[in-house]
Write a protein that binds this ligand. Structure first.
Ligand SMILES: *Cc1c(COP(=O)(O)O)cnc(C)c1O
Length: 406
């Protein structure tokens, strides 16, 4: 008998989400926008300490509008982290710009500030600076913003922060999402808190927030007869989803604490295994450990990352390779990249473990036991490895419920 599936990062509702959702439903605010959207924007801005928050249909929509409002357009270049989910780079292409990928540093897995500075200097020499830099806070940890902001300021390049994976993290005491001119967040199904979908754009400048709201509601001029002087988008959040998001925001701190506790457990139980290294935390950072990520050195561990992932899958445990960097993606093959060796290595050896805030001790124990069993096979040829559990059949139900695309 296969045990229950353990998911990578499943939704975790408190009871308040249901109450708020029913309130929205019973008040007949089924429409997009409504009182819960307004309340969410206020509460979210207060939580992370920023002036303005604009609720969006998705995190990708927030990125798209941040790029538009930064004046990025056709033919422009935008520097961004190569180690990210495709949404970051896709948004750059929505405005007709071309992403230029910057490699990760080992210390945070985020954009390497030294390589960013080198790339900016090279662009300046060529006489063609990028219009913006979209800096990603990967897997629940802020990038090293001090040197990143210094470099971008020196060249007058706008910084947009993709904090979709790092709501609740801090860097030098400040919240993720507050370091750039814009910050972008996501409430997608497997993020640290979720509304099934949704996003938020934050900014400290009121005129930018107002303009984001305007563009996100089909760019309607202030007239009763639906007049439009420019192209807009249908990017606002539904009032129903905002109700769920408000409930989730109320338990964000608890969710951060639980994900950090998952990490501590994994670290305690697996940290002694040769060849296993965990994603580091920068000394000035408090990461959320949205996902607990580790790398496996096959020479010392005796098996590869894929061996471990497949063995977990055999035990009905979902894990995932670290993001395949954008400079290796076929769709971005013709884009420039400033190095990429570190991100490539993290991708080849990196694994994200089940990290939900609702994992039980028993679930965590199952994951640890399975990984230890692979490690214990060190030195034995693959053909002799015991295969006691059947492979899960991957029926429609489980694949529908698994939180696939980020
Ligand atoms: C999830 C994610 C996004 C996209 O958010 P959606 O709400 O799914 O559109 C953007 N960037 C990163 C790094 C993400 O992980």
């Amino acid at each position: 008998m296969l045990e229950d599936r353990i998911y990578l990062s499943p939704p975790h509702m408190s009871s308040r989400e249901r109450e708020l959702l029913l309130d929205a439903f019973d008040s007949n605010w089924i429409a997009p926008l409504g009182p819960h959207v307004d309340a969410l924007e206020r509460e979210f801005a207060r939580e992370i300490g920023v002036e303005h928050a604009v609720a969006m249909a998705t995190g990708t929509a927030a990125l798209h509008l941040a790029l538009l409002l930064s004046g990025v357009g056709p033919g422009d270049e935008v520097l961004t982290s190569t180690l990210t989910f495709a949404a970051t780079a896709n948004a750059v292409t929505y405005v007709g710009a071309r992403p230029v990928f910057v490699d990760s540093e080992r210390d945070t897995w985020n954009m390497n500030p030294g390589l960013l500075a080198e790339e900016l200097a090279a662009c300046a020499r060529r006489g063609r600076l990028p219009k913006a830099a979209v800096v990603v806070d990967i897997y629940g940890q802020c990038a090293d913003y001090e040197p990143i902001l210094d470099a971008c300021r020196a060249y007058g390049v706008t910084v947009i922060e993709d904090a979709a994976e790092s709501l609740g993290a801090t860097y030098r005491g400040r919240a993720a999402g507050t370091f750039g001119r814009f910050g972008c967040f996501s409430f997608n199904g497997n993020k640290i808190i979720t509304a099934s979908g949704g996003g938020i754009l934050v900014a400290s400048e009121k005129d930018l927030a107002d303009r984001a709201r305007f563009l996100a509601t089909q760019a309607r001029d202030p007239a009763p007869h639906y007049q439009h002087s420019e192209i807009g988008y249908n990017y606002r959040m539904s009032n129903l989803l905002a109700a769920i998001a408000r409930g989730q925001l109320g338990v964000l701190r608890d969710r951060v604490a639980r994900r950090r506790a998952n990490y501590d457990f994994y670290r305690r139980e697996l940290g002694d295994m040769p060849g296993v290294d965990f994603m580091p935390e920068h000394p000035a950072s408090i990461a959320t450990r949205w996902l607990t990520c580790l790398t496996i050195d096959p020479a010392r561990f005796g098996s590869t990352r894929e061996d471990v992932r497949l063995e977990l899958e055999r035990h009905n445990i979902e894990s995932r390779p670290v993001w395949k960097p954008m400079h290796l993606q076929p769709v971005f093959a013709r884009c420039r990249a400033r190095d990429g060796a570190v991100a490539t290595d993290l991708f080849e050896r990196g694994l994200c473990l089940p990290s939900g805030s609702n994992l039980s001790e028993r679930d965590l124990g199952r994951v640890v036991e399975t990984i230890r069993s692979v490690g214990a096979r060190r030195g034995r040829p693959a053909a002799l490895q015991p295969r006691t559990e059947p492979r899960p059949s991957g029926n429609g139900q489980s694949s529908r419920r698994s939180q696939e695309a980020a």
